[in-house]
Design a protein around this ligand. Sequence first.
Ligand code: UD1
Ligand code: MG
Length: 459
Amino acid sequence: MDWPKLTNSMPIQPLILAAGKGTRMKSDLPKVLLKIAGKPMLGHVLDATKSLDTLAPIVVAGFGSAQVQSAYPECVFVEQSEQLGTGHAVQIAGNNLPEGSTTIVLYGDVPLIQSETLCKVITAAENGLGLLTVDLVDPSGYGRIVRGSQGAVTSIVEHKDASTEELAITEVNTGILATSSENLVRWVNQLSNENAQGEYYLTDIIAMAVSEGISIKTTNPGSSEEVMGANDRIQLAELERAFQLRLANKLMSNGTSLADPNRIDIRGELSVGTGVEIDINAVFEGVVTLGNNVVIEPNCVIRNASIGEGSTIKAFTHIEGANIGAQVTVGPYARLRDGSELADGSKVGNFVETKKTKLGKGSKINHLSYAGDADIGENTNIGAGTITCNYDGVNKHKTKIGNNVFVGSNTALVAPVELADGSTVGAGSTITKDLEKETLALTRNKQIQVSGWKRPEKK
Ligand code: UD1
Ligand code: MG
C-alpha cells in the first residue's frame, strides 16, 4: 500500500495514552493487553505507527504498568499512578517529548487505527494542530467539535459539559491529534480541572491554540471503525469482528476465495499463494503459509505451518508446527503435531496423529494410526491402526521405516525399531526387532479351526 507522503520534516513522536484500568472488562490484565486477533490492542496501535518511521513511542501506563512494560520493552514508559484525565496524562509525559518534534497522541484502546490515517493527521498538523474527527449518528459520550461561523474549529466541548445546542453536534473528537511538542507541553501545563468531571481535559488545548491564532485542521479516518474504542467485552468482540473482516476482505481482493468472510479467523500472519480456497470456520494462528491452489475444507485449525502447492486439508483437521509439501492430502479429522513433515504427494487420512514424524514422498498413513518420532521413507504404506510405541514411560525412541515398506493393519511397532527398504509386516503384528530388506515379519498366532463347533446355548 502507498502511504501519503509525509511533508512534515520534524521527527514524529507517538504518545500513547494507556493508563485506564478498563474496569468494565472485568479482567486482571490491563485493558491494553487484551487481545484483538491474538495480539494485544497496544500492539496494534504500535503496528500502525511502525510504517511512519517515528521516534520510540512513549506509553503512559497506569494500572498494571509493569505488565505492559514487559510486553513492549521497545517503548518508553511513563507511569501515571492516578488517572486525572487525558490532559494530565500528556502533562506527565511532557519531559519526554523531544523539542523540535511533532507529537501524535493516540489511545492504547483504539486498536484499529491505520497508518494511512495517522499520516493524514500528521500532515494536517503542519504549522498548526491536526485533529482527527468523525461524524457519528449517535455522538453521545464523545467530545463535540465546535466550529465558528466561518467553519473553523474553535473548541472541543465534552459531552458532560455541553449545552443542548452543542449536544446536537454530530462531529466528534476521536482523541487522536498531532501538533508541535513544545506547544503541546506548554498548553497542557496550563490546563485546569474546573469542569463537570473534575478532570484535566486534553481537549481544552484546542481553544488555547485558537486563541494563539494557531489553525486547527481536521481530517477523517478511512472508516469509523478505525477510531472505535473497546471499553467492555462486547465492544472488544465487535472490534475483533471488524478487524477479521478487514483481513478477510484483503485476502479476497488478492484473489483468495472465502466461502464466508464472516467465518474465518486469522490470529497472526497468513500468507497465501494464488487460487487458494478456504471454506468456513478456518482458524489460522501464528505464521502460516499456504502455497498456490491450496484448499482448506471446513473447521480446520492451522497453527505455525506451511502447506505446499496444490495440497488439500480436509475438514476438521488440526495442524500445528508442521511442514507440508505439494500435492499432499490431510484429513478429514487428522492431527499433525509439532515436527510433522509430509513430503510431496504423501497422504495422511482420518483419525491419524503424527508428531516429530517425517513421511516420505508418496507414502500413506490413511486410517486410525499414531506415528511419533518416526522417519518414514518413500512410497511406503502404513496400514490402518498402526501404532509407533515410541514412549517407554520414561524415554522416547525412534522408529525408522525405509522406502517401499508395507505395514499391515493393527500393527504395533515397539521403538527403537527399524524396518528396512522393501520389508513387509503382516497385519496384527507386534514388531520388537529390526527387519532386514525385502523380508516379511509376522508375529500373530496361527489361526486354528475347530469343525462342528457348537455355540453355548442360553440356560
Ligand atoms: C476522550 C476525549 C473525548 C473523545 C473521546 C474519544 C478528553 C477529555 N475527552 O474522552 O473528547 O470524544 O476520548 O474516545 O480527552 N487515559 C489515561 N489517563 C487518564 C485518562 C485517560 O491514560 O488520566 C487514557 C485512557 O486509558 C484511554 C484514553 O486516555 O485510552 C481516553 O480516555 P477516556 O477516559 O476513554 O476518555 P473519554 O472520557 O472517553
Ligand atoms: Mg473513552
